[in-house]
Design a protein around this ligand. Sequence first.
Ligand SMILES: O=c1ccn([C@@H]2O[C@H](COP(=O)(O)O)[C@@H](O)[C@H]2O)c(=O)[nH]1
Length: 305
Amino acid sequence: MAFDRLIKRIDELHNPSVAGLDPRLEYVPQFIQDASFVKLGHTLEAAADAILQFNKALIDALYDVVPAIKPQAAYYEMYGWAGVRTLAETIRYAQSKGMFVMTDGKRNDIGATMTAYATAHLGKVDVDGVELEPFGADALTVNGYLGTDGIQPLLDVCEKYDKGIFVLAKTSNPSSGELQDRLIDGKPVYEIMGEMCENWGSRQIGAYGYSAVGAVVGATYPEQLAELRKKLPHTLFLVPGYGAQGGGAQGVAGAFDENGRGAIVNSSRAIMCAWKKEENCPETAFAEAARREAIRMRDDITAYL
Ligand SMILES: O=c1ccn([C@@H]2O[C@H](COP(=O)(O)O)[C@@H](O)[C@H]2O)c(=O)[nH]1
């Protein structure tokens, strides 16, 4: 089961966190950008090339400390087809270093189209009788608000190819409550979505008791995190919002079960841009700064477990 692999790696590294790779060109040190501009001019291909070099250096600095990366697809799509190629190459590179990769795509649509998304990100596509893997991530974030027929194709792909999904339940952004906190028969919508995750995952439960269907619950809502942890015993949580969005270690502690499992906390900008925040950090030391921030985050979170 895909999340068994993730939990095993979290246990090995004693680190329930994931490094988000959401690169904008301005996060990439100038010396890397310049090398790509010399090679490819001021083009989208050069931007995507610089981002790939940046990502690879970050992965080299993080893979023995952090169990997983979470590339957010939007930051790659922003650079067109070359950016999307960088996404695919980043996924492959991280996996070659033993990292678990969860693509943050937040895909959702009708069942037929979800089959295409599931094939693209987690499955294999048939090209005239030859099965090829387009992106090959280990997990994908999705939006479940279209209901079961939108999620079923993903469940099939998860079962066939040993993958996982994280479904949006209670998102970290300030307006998430406008819809997600509304009550239906006395129950908030995010809790109903959490129960749907439990139900969708019920046929694919792994060795640690967590299913292939996880939920996204924001670090910025500690009460809801703790409440959902108690109510959703088989649902692994992906917890974004730590660091740059103001979530902290004490607030995410409630996301974990009594064995210190059940959640993985994301930080993107705080890790990628650590070199810009550290005093007197030369740009050539960007990867070491990211590693220091990842270790600080690990120690911060595990102190509460
Ligand atoms: O509720 C959500 C769901 C997803 N995200 C994503 O997580 C990262 C957060 O980045 P930071 O730089 O650590 O703030 C980003 O990819 C979001 O798209 C989220 O923040 N909240």
